[in-house]
Write a protein that binds this ligand. Structure first.
Ligand code: SF4
Length: 698
């Protein structure tokens, strides 16, 4: 690999992928080969998964883009272009679009894998250089339901309320809808420590996953009924006398209304709706309550519970359970969300979200607008208001009055969005699609202009991991010639749009501005300089000054709500947006596998991670459907279809099939999934829809 500079030595950094952000070293040898080494860190304790071990292959991948690509229309092939030509074309077409059709006809989509600096700069670029309201990011598809529920209960949204090693100290964990044994394997060490000390690990999942295999109790919940289960657990906790009345009285509000809703969910009714036995429900509550009285208890959610059209209410119901048991704010106790994307936490704090400004501030809050406008040197009245969520923005692309040009950074929305064929049509209807990426992803392949950018180990920056710990990603190798950083791309475009003086391409300069913009906000980074992260290994937000120690543990002294109390939220169960019927008689749920990460744009290009999309089917269902192990099967919903290879397994419910979502084209299960949105978080219902199975005849 000619572009890797030999002799850059060993650099301490963090993994290219998920929110665990495992610590690793990268060493460039004398001939420029880069090797990965594990590094001890509280989250991964020296462990890495296959994805981390092989991440350096991305750096020298033959699939890397190294020159801008242009084409005159979508039927033409790409041709190589100089950076000046590509940037001139993009700037001229953005300017013409806004001049002829209005500012909001240009839109931006960002990603939860972008560094804090890039996420911040992208939000600022949309609001200051383009002055469009239309910006959102793919975290909308990731943990937005947990974020919304945490905000309404606690007044703050941080994935975990304590450092991950605290988990080992607790007495019981309920994990709702997460399969960390495949998505972030080193996380399992923390769960295993709970079990090793005699604690309980309870996993709610329609599948007996690799994580459920390690559990002391598995709750095989029917897809789309996690909310009923959560209400039922609260019912038992109160009815069986496990509620912590003193905590509820002293530290919370809203219990009575939440209890009235849960009172209707007696155990037998919950069993009928969810498939989880009364005995298992009671055991779950008894074990959490025993933990609450002893070493502590924790309820964790991940995408299984969150990616539903009632994901926010589902998480609220689980938070209600933790409040009833008196957990949040106690040592090794409370509620946490296992964030998925590498910077899923920081990516939602710095202003690339449709409704937010940096510091996790609301964009419709006049004081927030004034503060951020002052940092940016603009008039608050010139800042756009809130825009639509990611899927709602995509729905409007190319429509009358909708966005006609789209800039994409750090997301492969052609694979990761629900109702994929419709999304492809919307992208095709754009006048201009510009994608910045490392490889020619499925989304980049649809673009008019593709801009080749640097990746994780080729640039400096910061990430905020699933604990809320701000860490340093470090430049370990030189990027290939011809590739630029996204900060440099945004600065160059801003220059051409007449706002170049506001946009630095130096990551530490951008970060220091981010600190000022975040100061006083919920996610306050003011006291977290790069030098301090380097010295301490990582610093937890909120951290309002350089003298502040950071905040590893939240809620010990109260909640950041107006009255200092956590809020119960009364929620009602409702069925999935789409139920099974005679034509589509099987539930589909989706998720990840060990070898692949998100849309697979990176990991599908690493030989050692090769995998094929499969469809997990229970033998009883396979028999009824005329399918055998190894057959190709077409999974068909009202919106589209996807093809995978049958994998027979008794680890899944007989009424449900599972397909991973890492592939595009015919193999893209998101052509099948349902875009029904959660009314609060605007999260699509990725985790449940109705399908039929058709054997593919060769
Ligand atoms: Fe990377 Fe996540 Fe695997 Fe750790 S668990 S090595 S951060 S992909």
């Amino acid at each position: 690999p000619v572009h890797i500079v030999a002799g850059m030595g060993t650099t301490a950094t963090h993994c290219a992928y998920c929110a665990l952000q495992c610590a690793m070293t990268l060493t460039a040898d004398a001939v420029g080969r880069v090797t990965v080494g594990p590094r001890d860190f509280p989250t991964n304790r020296g462990g890495l998964c296959q994805k981390g071990w092989t991440a350096a292959e991305l750096l020298s991948s033959p699939h890397r883009l190294t020159t801008p690509l242009l084409r005159v229309d979508r039927s033409a092939s790409f041709r190589e272009a100089s950076w000046d030509e590509a940037l001139d074309v993009v700037a001229a077409r953005l300017t013409a679009t806004q001049r002829d059709h209005g500012r909001d006809t240009v839109a931006v989509l960002g990603g939860g894998g972008l560094t804090n600096e890039k996420a911040y700069q992208l939000g600022k670029f949309a609001r200051v250089a383009l002055r469009t309201k239309n910006i959102d990011y793919n975290g909308r598809y990731c943990m937005s339901s947990a974020a919304a529920a945490s905000n309404r209960a606690f007044g703050i949204d941080r994935g975990l309320p304590f450092p991950l090693p605290d988990l080992a100290e607790t007495g019981a964990v309920l994990l709702a809808g997460g399969n960390v044994a495949e998505t972030m394997p080193p996380f399992v060490r923390h769960l295993a420590a709970v079990v090793d000390r005699g604690g309980a690990l309870i996993v709610a999942d329609p599948r007996h996953t690799a994580t459920a295999e390690r559990a002391t109790l598995h709750l095989p919940v029917l897809p789309g009924t996690d909310l009923a289960l959560a209400l039922g657990l609260l019912h038992i906790a109160v009815a069986d006398g496990h509620a912590d009345r003193a905590y509820i009285h002293d530290r919370t509000t809203g219990f009575d209304a939440a209890w009235r809703a849960a009172a209707q969910w007696w155990p037998e009714r919950v069993e009928r709706v969810t498939g989880v036995s009364v005995q298992a429900q009671r055991a779950t509550v008894a074990q959490l309550a025993a933990g609450a009285r002893g070493r502590g208890a924790v309820v964790l959610t991940a995408r299984g519970a969150e990616q539903q059209s009632k994901g926010t209410d589902t998480v609220s119901a689980l938070i209600n359970l933790t409040l009833a048991l008196g957990l949040p704010g106690k040592p090794s106790s409370g509620f946490g969300c296992i964030t998925g994307q590498g910077n899923g936490q920081g990516g939602r704090e710095h202003g690339q979200k449709a409704d937010q400004l940096p510091g996790y501030r609301r964009i419709d809050d006049p004081a927030a607008r004034a503060h951020v406008a002052a940092v940016w040197g603009v008039d608050p009245d010139d800042l756009p208001g809130p825009g639509p969520s990611a899927y709602e923005l995509i729905e409007r692309l190319g429509t009358d009055g909708g966005p006609r040009a789209l800039l994409v950074h750090g997301t492969n929305l052609a694979v990761s969005s629900p109702r994929g064929r419709f999304v492809a049509d919307r992208l095709a209807a754009l006048d201009l699609l510009v994608v910045s990426d490392v490889v020619l992803s499925e989304t980049a392949a649809l673009a008019d202009v593709v801009l080749p950018v640097t990746q994780w180990a080729e640039e400096d920056g910061t990430m905020t991991n699933l604990e809320g710990r701000v860490i340093r990603r470090r430049r370990a190798v030189a990027p290939p010639p011809g590739v630029r950083t996204e900060l440099s791309v945004l600065a160059a475009l801003a220059e051409r749009l007449g706002r170049g003086d506001r946009f630095s391409d130096d990551p530490e300069t951008v970060y220091d501005e981010l600190r000022r913009a975040s100061a006083g906000g919920v996610a306050d980074y003011a006291g977290i300089g790069w030098d301090r992260i380097d010295a301490e290994g990582g610093v937890f937000w909120p951290c309002p000054s350089v003298a502040h120690p950071g905040t590893p543990r939240l809620f010990a002294d109260g909640f950041p709500t107006p009255d200092g109390r956590a809020r119960f939220v009364a929620v009602e169960h409702r069925p999935p947006a789409e139920d099974v019927d005679a034509e589509h008689p099987v539930y589909l749920t989706t998720g990840r596998i060990l070898q692949q990460y998100q849309s697979g744009a990176q990991t599908r290009r690493i030989a050692a991670l090769a995998a094929e999309p499969h469809v997990e089917i229970h033998p009883d269902l396979a028999l009824r459907s005329g399918l055998a192990d190894g057959d190709l099967v077409r999974v068909v919903s009202r919106r589209g279809d996807a093809v995978g290879r049958v994998r027979l397994t008794t680890t899944i419910r007989p009424d449900t099939v599972f397909m991973p979502f890492h592939w595009g084209g015919e193999q893209a299960v998101n052509r099948v999934t349902n875009p029904a949105l959660d009314p609060v978080s605007r999260m699509p219902e990725f985790k449940v829809c109705a399908v039929r199975l058709e054997r593919v005849v060769a």
